[in-house]
Design a protein around this ligand. Structure first.
Ligand code: DGL
Length: 301
């Protein structure tokens, strides 16, 4: 048994779909989430930048002494996981491996279409992961650059504009007549219903849910599940605009966001490479709340 928290990070608020799945599969685990809202989106950035940002995000979370870190961002998982893994002193889980493996399982040898950001598609990480498990599976990919902002605008599966744009993206994968459509971006589970409407014969696989199941298994195998019987606490930290994170993030999480703290650049970058105990960080945040540029929003539970 291990009561330490699970740390989760993403380029912004999209990773809350992974947190939502974690809370469903592991309701007693305490979770620390970092959303890099100051630097989102990662999905259009170079791999060098994504690797550097992801390393900084991990370093920030290691201050909380987590038992495991999850890269909830598909773009990070696709571009940076290999480089990060040897540098992180606890297990680091990404979403590409679990998503690919669930897609392969559900496709049963038939074809798979992956929808993702530009950077994830360019990396071909999903294709590699799928072919590693099932070398002969036909795979196609489609980048959907407008979807992230449309979803963050609050457009849902019944929205006409979203359906129109999604339909056009799906044109690119229809030729393959995929048995499975893999949602390879944190935001897409919110429009899974629309994908299902437009591709009625395909199964929709969500990397977020597959990742939560992999994490549960990994912790159970290591006897590292929390022994608590209380609902796990969720603390969120963001690098900018906690108000927007709270307002927009609620629909990604599927419940109101109770605790969100803005980490100023100074707090985020301070002694990045040195392990900093959470107590010291919390003191720094408390001190920072006296300054006009630092806001601490926390309604607790
Ligand atoms: N979280 C990103 C992903 O899953 C989507 C948003 C972004 O581009 O940063 O790829």
């Amino acid at each position: 048994m291990d009561s330490k928290p699970i740390a989760v990070f993403d380029s912004g608020l999209g990773g809350l779909t992974v947190v939502r799945a974690l809370r469903r599969h592991l309701p007693h685990e305490s979770l620390i989430y970092f959303g890099d809202t100051a630097r989102v989106p990662y999905g259009i950035k170079s791999s060098e930048t994504v690797v550097a940002f992801a390393e900084q995000d991990c370093n920030f979370l290691l201050r909380f002494n987590p038992k495991l870190v999850i890269a909830a961002c598909n773009t990070v998982s696709a571009l940076a996981l290999e480089e990060l893994t040897p540098k992180v002193p606890v297990p680091l889980v990404g979403v590409v491996g679990p998503g690919a493996s669930e897609a392969v399982r559900q496709a049963g040898g038939r074809s798979i279409a992956v929808l993702a950001t530009e950077a994830t598609v360019a990396s071909q990480a999903y294709i590699r992961a799928i072919h590693h498990l099932a070398p002969r599976t036909p795979v196609t990919q489609q980048r959907c650059p407008s979807l992230v902002s449309l979803i963050e605008e609050g457009r849902t599966s019944s929205d006409k504009i979203l359906l129109m744009i999604l339909d056009e993206y799906l044109d690119g994968v229809r030729q393959l007549d995929p048995a499975v459509v893999l949602l390879g971006c944190t935001h897409y589970p919110l429009v899974a219903e629309a994908v299902g409407k437009l591709m009625p014969l395909a199964r929709i696989v969500d990397s977020a849910d597959a990742t939560a199941r992999v994490v549960r298994e990994l912790l159970a195998n290591r006897d590292a599940l929390s022994a608590s019987v209380e609902p796990g606490r969720l603390r969120c930290y963001v690098s900018d605009n906690p108000q927007r994170f709270r307002e927009v993030g609620g629909s990604f999480l599927g419940e109101p966001i109770r605790e969100v703290t803005w980490i100023t650049p100074e707090q985020f970058f301070h002694e990045q490479s040195v392990f900093k105990p959470v107590r010291e960080l919390e003191d720094a945040i408390a001190r920072g709340s006296d300054r006009p540029e630092a806001v601490h929003i926390s309604s607790g539970r």
